[in-house]
Design a protein around this ligand. Structure first.
Ligand code: C2E
Ligand code: CA
Ligand code: CA
Ligand code: CA
Length: 278
């Protein structure tokens, strides 16, 4: 069993050791998996550590594979992007999230925003704005119940498409975050090009806080930068009290991480909200 960082783990068997074999085996199974409801969403709370309030949750997809167990999205999302399956999976994630929000709302008070991850590739391959609009309408939900986190694993051109999509989402009242800020391609040029509402500081900068002076300097600079650009900032991957205190001291009160909660199955979310609010 190889730990993949989240609460999901990927179980390898001997004959899966060949990466090429695994690649094609997984690709072929995607469509069947979707039909058989093997994909599930877990929801990780985002907490304001100054007020103690839960400000939102992030929907994170998992593949509950019948023989391999829970497979991390870090493994299958890149494969889904390459094969084009991300269009179907991405649509399912948005639809399932909206269905879930409606179910939560029907069961009791539920006023927090739910963030959905959409990769840059998805914006190019499908009309995310129309998909989101239609799904909200279908479920009878207001746009402010949803947020889009833009993730990036490979460099893709067509910045204009993404820029327009962000503007169109914001026009209909949906907030947009830049995910994994500071890693890969999600860098300073993104801030200028994409007028997002929120920056999410990647976990890799948070991990060795507060001891690592370099990371501490980068994190406090990003917090300052966000404030100057009138953007909100969320720190990802907060695992310790010391990290939380450091962030609060620098003026970043919105955090997400195992210290507060792991991603939770849908049915545990209302309980978590209740516990936090009193
Ligand atoms: P992400 O969007 O950066 O999501 C945060 C990841 O960090 C999640 O991993 C979460 O479980 C993990 N995490 C949260 N807090 C902590 C912590 O304190 N410590 C540690 N070690 N890890 C923490 P997960 O669920 O495995 O997701 C991995 C990535 O897969 C996500 O990274 C996102 O880029 C992608 N992903 C997940 N769901 C979707 C989806 O529906 N669509 C797309 N396009 N990508 C998705
Ligand atoms: Ca994310
Ligand atoms: Ca992230
Ligand atoms: Ca990430």
């Amino acid at each position: 069993v190889k730990s993949t960082g989240g609460n999901a783990s990927l179980i390898y068997d001997e004959k899966m050791a060949d990466p090429a074999f695994e690649y094609f085996a997984l690709q072929g199974e995607f469509r069947k998996a979707l039909i058989q409801n093997q994909f599930i969403l877990h929801y990780q709370p985002k907490v304001n550590i100054e007020t103690g309030e839960v400000i939102g949750v992030e929907a994170l997809v998992r593949w509950n594979h019948p023989t391999k167990g829970l497979i991390s999205p870090a493994i299958f999302i890149p494969l889904a992007e390459e094969s084009g399956f991300i269009m179907e999976l991405g649509a399912w994630v948005i639809e399932e999230t909206c269905r879930q929000i409606r179910a939560w709302k029907e069961a009791g008070p539920f006023n927090i925003r739910v963030a959905v991850n959409v990769s840059v590739r998805q914006f190019i391959q499908q009309d995310v704005v129309i998909l989101v609009k239609e799904t909200l309408k279908k479920e009878g939900l207001p746009p402010n119940c949803l947020e889009i986190e833009i993730t990036e694993s490979v460099f893709v051109k067509h910045e204009n498409i993404i820029q327009d999509a962000i503007a169109n989402l914001q026009d209909i009242g949906i907030r947009v975050s830049i995910d994994d800020f500071g890693t890969g391609y999600a860098s300073l040029s993104y801030l200028k090009q994409f007028r997002a509402n929120t920056i999410k500081i990647d976990r890799s900068f948070i991990r060795s806080l507060p001891e690592m002076k370099d990371d501490a300097a980068i994190v406090s600079a990003v917090i300052t930068l966000a404030r100057k650009l009138n953007m909100d900032v969320v720190a990802e991957g907060v695992e310790t009290k010391e990290q939380a205190e450091f962030l609060l001291g620098k003026g970043c009160s919105d955090v997400q991480g195992f210290y507060y909660s792991k991603p939770l199955p849908a049915e545990e979310v209302p309980k978590f909200l209740e516990k936090k609010s009193g």
